[in-house]
Design a protein around this ligand. Sequence first.
Ligand code: DP6
Length: 329
Amino acid sequence: MFATAYAHTNIALVKYWGKRDDGGRSLNLPAVGSLSLTLDRFGTETTVELSQDAQGDSLVLDGTPRAGAELARVSAFLDRVRGLAKERRYASVTSRNDVPTAAGLASSASAFCALALAATRAFGLTLDDRELSKLARQGSGSAARSTYGGFVLLHRGERDDGADCFAEPLQTALDARLVVVRCGSGPKEVGSTSGMGHAQRTSPYFPAWVETHARDLDDARAALAAADLEKLGEVMEHSTLKMHATTFSARPAFFYWTPTTLEALARVRALRAGGTGAWATMDAGPHVKVLCAPADAARVAAALGEVPGVFGVDVAGPGPGARVLGSGA
Ligand code: DP6
């Protein structure tokens, strides 16, 4: 049995950062809810094939066999799917990213969503989207959101078993673009899981991050309901700057930004000062994603492309949810 699935990446406008206690059950429950946009470019295609005789799972990522921590994380995820399917067979996983892996362009979001969909289908399970989002979340929190297209909310939930921690699509009349500005190359030094854990344990700002977060989500949802790009952009920038403030104030401190990140941020402010609606967000990496109206995207991309040190600029729009590309025996 095999199945192939594709999931697009998503970028959080209101960030997920930090986890709540799940009593050691590895449910990966977020400390805060989050709100994202699934993109029409960048994503992961993954094939999961079950094997009768293999002695363990295997992983080939972007043409290279992987072992160690990468394989262990995938294998632990497959254990969950085996548990759901009451299956014991091992699987070979072949995955291709069209996002630079671990470069802060949210590759774990598309990767674990595509894996959740391909693996469940290969093991003969058909989950509805809500259940798929809960499963994907257990691989990587941001992956839950790639289940759906467009603007997506991931509920924080209250329950210890994670039953109310799922993603859901948000309806809006707003159309927008995210200009993805590459401000560095190579893998990031601090992954998102360890970065948020360290900030949560050591930053005195972390409690303030959690306390003020629900208000940001409410504001972003109200902005979407009113199709108000300016209001959405303003709260988006506020959310990312608060998140990064927890890294600056961690002990020891760490920084995802490069000098190019700051140059790009200055350019976004200059665009705004000149009357163009443009707002920035950064994840666990140096890249800047700029939210703007569709009609302004070419101008924003050209302005950011001129910033010294920028490697490249891509314009992304709202994209679709995860889908099965094929399956069979
Ligand atoms: C900064 O989803 O990669 O991109 O659940 O530990 O796998 P884990 O974390 P991950 O964290 C994403 C953090 C972020 C913000 C976001 O996407 O909401």
